[in-house]
Design a protein around this ligand. Structure first.
Ligand code: NAD
Length: 378
């Protein structure tokens, strides 16, 4: 059952097209700040409830990023492992055609699990408006001096994660230079985060993937770790380093832990082992608010996901406005620095953890533009 409060959802749409076997959902949560922004998830188990929860998360993420976007999300029930690529594209096309009356005026699509730039190209072509989706291929709609597609592969999220970390560390009167860093996951977010931390002089001592952790207290060369993963299937094939099991990333003796892979990485069974002074949530929901509270009580600074990983949605906004990649990176830095600072200051002033301060800022921004909204169920 989708939970409803006076913030939303404003619209819940269930889409069928028996001709192509399409069954999908669109939830537009709140459009007080602008059209609802959110990715298209394609999994065999995606449900209306899951889409609604993710749509609400997007409402807060866009508000906190201070973008003129509301929150939304969509889903197509399909298993890309068992359907052909052609079938996948047929489903995306049919979905785009069905959503046309609401898109892009009230919903703007983006990549999510199992959808990427090629799917966004199909979506936009079927919709007819370049503004109907972001995360399009860079080669799409090149105008003189301007690019319309900014794919996620440019690394805006990892870049934003790095800036959120830099602001947090400097807010505490410290510097990133020489800080030891553990990075959980070496995909899109983890790889770019590793690049920027390394360029800033931080010492990356551990990197994990689904097969394990590679750890070296003296430091790792992240480019070589990436090569080991690409050529030999996992970060654990890098040497020199100690191989640990995947879950060991949480308890390592490091200054900064960057999460960039799975949900619920930190749970009640390992939260007490966490030794980092800073946790930067690059991944979505790496721990519950209750776990964040335990860490807050221990004096560990946790920069929450919707603050730290907003680089992706800020990049989407830059693309939506027809900005080029250079302008996009400038905007991501500016907004992440400004909003992370605001959150840190408010949390310090109120004596709360960062998530509470961030939520308060996001809710206040939506409330300013939403006449019917009062108190959200969180
Ligand atoms: P990705 O698929 O590119 O990479 C995920 C990485 O995690 C892979 O290297 C994989 O090997 C690794 N992994 C899988 N299981 C693991 C485990 N148990 N322990 C350690 N590593 C493991 O994904 P991504 O795009 O980098 O996204 C990572 C997280 O960041 C997700 O939670 C995603 O929702 C979130 N996020 C991504 C973006 C974005 O723009 N890509 C934006 C916001 C949030």
């Amino acid at each position: 059952m989708v939970e409803v409060d006076d913030f939303g959802p404003e619209k819940i749409l269930e889409v069928y097209n028996p001709k192509v076997g399409l069954h999908g959902y669109l939830v537009i949560d709140n459009t007080a700040l602008g059209p609802g922004k959110g990715g298209i998830r394609m999994t065999p188990s995606v449900s209306m409830d899951e889409v609604a929860k993710l749509a609400r998360t997007m409402t807060w993420k866009c508000a906190l990023a201070d973008l003129p976007f509301g929150g939304a999300k969509s889903g197509i029930i399909a298993d890309p492992k068992v359907i052909t690529k052609q079938k996948k594209m047929e489903l995306v096309k049919a979905f785009a055609e069905a959503l046309k009356p609401l898109c892009p005026s009230q919903y703007i699509a983006a990549p999510d699990i199992n959808t990427a730039e090629e799917e966004m190209k199909v979506f936009v072509q079927a919709n007819g408006s370049l503004k109907s989706a972001t995360g399009k291929p860079s080669a799409m709609c090149v105008k003189p001096g301007e690019k319309c597609g900014i794919p996620h592969e440019y690394g805006s999220t990892g870049f934003g994660v790095f800036h959120a970390a830099k602001v947090a560390v400097e807010f505490q009167g410290e510097s990133l230079k020489g800080k030891t860093v553990a990075i959980e996951g070496l995909g899109n977010v983890g790889t770019f985060a590793a690049q920027y931390f390394s360029e800033a002089g931080a010492n990356i001592v551990a990197i994990s993937d689904s097969k394990g952790v590679i750890y070296n207290a003296q430091g790792l060369l992240y480019k070589k770790v990436l090569q080991a993963k690409q050529k030999m299937g996992s970060v654990i094939n890098y040497q020199p380093g100690k191989i640990l099991s995947t879950s060991d990333i949480v308890g390592l003796n490091v200054d900064i832990l960057v999460t960039a892979a799975i949900p619920d990485l930190v749970t009640s069974s390992n939260v007490q082992s966490l030794k980092a002074k800073y946790v930067i949530e690059g991944s979505n929901i790496p721990m519950s608010a209750a776990m964040e509270h335990i860490l807050y009580k221990k004096g560990i600074l946790v920069v929450p996901d919707f603050v730290a990983n907003a680089g992706g949605v800020i990049s989407s906004y830059a693309e939506y406005r027809g900005r080029n990649p250079e302008e996009m990176f400038k905007l991501v830095e500016k907004k992440i620095v400004k909003n992370t600072t605001l959150v840190l200051e408010k949390a310090k002033k109120n004596g709360t953890k960062l998530r509470d301060a961030a939520m308060q800022i996001a809710v206040e921004r939506v409330l300013k533009h939403c006449k019917t909204c009062r108190t959200p169920k969180q």
